[in-house]
Write a protein that binds this ligand. Structure first.
Ligand code: CO8
Length: 258
């Protein structure tokens, strides 16, 4: 039974919910919470009834970063051996689409958690930042890489070197989030988005997610080759035949996941 995380495998049909639950610490990511998210994601990814996962916090904080109290006295070898990396690796390798529903603070490791998701829905109250520099360190959960890819070098450099936060409207303008909704509506909107993805054929969703992610890991020629092969592979799925037949027969498709 997780201690710091609420897990609802079918919060909506086909959509799971992970809710970070350390409210007094603004959902600071201690090792226990990171491992609980890792293990829950591994189980949900293996569950064929789950087609998308929403990750959220509470109205005050999505997550205010790695747990500073737990980290303060550590040395580099403690950090190396503490096994944070399996958490970040699980996020990167999860095949099901991840939708972050963010209100309040998404800072440090919390911003990196949002950046590691595939889509981000933000409430107007959301604030994003990488304040590690003010603590004498730097983002360690992929922030320098993913933020630079998401918002470009100039803004990433400014955020990482000053530690300044940005609000939801600026995050939207910069392409860090998909949409901004009024306070209190971010979770409902994230569920709506996740449900739309959950209704799509899962084989094609999986291959499409892999192909988009590949754009950030390769040069163009390799990415185009990867995309083309994934595209051809969908023609081995029943859902591709069903999707195209349904279009031609002017009826809604019935996807089976095969
Ligand atoms: N870690 C531990 N406790 C925290 C954290 C945190 N990151 N953030 C907030 N808290 C705690 C506070 O200590 C406080 O606890 P208490 O009531 O016991 O004093 C409680 O949450 C409420 O916080 P505040 O009283 O400070 O609330 P405010 O509304 O005044 O301020 C802020 C809210 C602005 C969010 C402020 O709490 C803050 O600046 N927090 C720290 C943000 C930060 O620096 N985050 C980056 C942390 S470093 C990091 O994330 C590195 C990631 C590397 C990932 C890879 C792992 C190896």
């Amino acid at each position: 039974m997780p201690e710091f995380l609420l897990v609802t495998p079918q919060a909506r049909p086909g959509v799971a919910l992970l809710q970070l639950n350390r409210p007094k610490e603004l959902n600071a990511l201690n090792l226990g919470l990171m491992h609980e998210i890792r293990d829950a994601l591994g189980a949900l990814d293996a569950d064929a009834a789950v087609r998308a996962v929403v990750i959220t916090g509470n109205d005050r904080a999505f997550a205010a970063g790695a747990d500073i109290r737990a980290m303060a006295g550590k040395g580099p070898v403690d950090m190396l051996l503490a096994d944070h990396v399996t958490f970040w690796d699980q996020l990167r390798l999860t095949r099901k689409p991840l939708v972050a529903a963010v209100a309040g603070f998404a800072l440090g490791g919390g911003c990196e958690l949002a950046l590691a998701c595939d889509l981000v829905v933000a409430a107007e109250t959301a604030q994003f930042g990488q304040p590690e520099i003010r603590l004498g360190t730097l983002p360690g959960g992929g922030g320098t890489q993913r933020l630079a890819r998401a918002v470009g070098k100039a803004k990433a450099m400014e955020m990482v070197l000053t530690g300044d936060f940005i609000g939801a409207p600026e995050a939207l303008r910069l392409g860090l989030v998909n949409r901004v909704v009024p306070a209190g509506q971010h979770l409902a909107e994230a569920f709506r988005l996740a449900a739309r993805i959950a209704a799509q054929p899962p084989v094609a969703v999986r291959l499409a997610k892999e192909a988009v992610n590949f754009a950030f890991e390769s040069h163009l020629a390799a990415g185009l080759q990867f995309e083309r092969r994934s595209y051809y592979l969908t023609f081995a799925s029943g859902d591709q035949r069903e999707g195209m037949a349904a279009f031609l027969e002017k009826r809604p498709p019935e996807f089976t996941g095969q």
